[in-house]
Ligand binder design. Sequence first.
Ligand code: PNS
Length: 165
Amino acid sequence: MSNLRCLYPGSFDPVTLGHMDMIRRAARIFDTVVVGVLHNPDKQGCFPVEKRVDMLKKACRGLKHVEIIAYDGLLARFTREQDIRVVVRGVRGGADLESETAMARINGQLHPGLETVLLPAAPDKEQISASMVRQLAAFGADISPYVPAEALPDILAAFASQDHN
Ligand code: PNS
């Protein structure tokens, strides 16, 4: 039986509805989607990696064949270790296309045979980014149209406990 696994990597700081759309679409193409959450020990991010993984797990609870795993270091090393040959990334516009193409080429050089599949963001998700969500949340704006409902309480709680204004 074939089990074509892909890696959907990112910072997910925090998970957005743009990410969720990519995960769902990737799950329709591949047998298994491994969602890789980059843990950069030198850059904590807004949410600790454990919290980012936890929010993704809650948001993906109803989805079959989706695994959430934190990784650190090079993506190409992680795909080798996991025996994954396809990376999926979303593209919102021209700037994304340029940076994603460069990243795909580097990853392909570091892990020969590794392919990157770029999926265009859905028109209603194009404007969503984790940095935009962080900024809106910091100023108390409504972020519910941009993040999965399952992650909303955790995001609001994190910003309520900090003085961002
Ligand atoms: O959500 P992001 O921040 O756009 O995701 C970027 C990510 C995490 C996929 C990318 O920065 C990454 O995999 N970094 C790990 C280090 C690495 O492999 N760098 C070489 C590829 S440019």
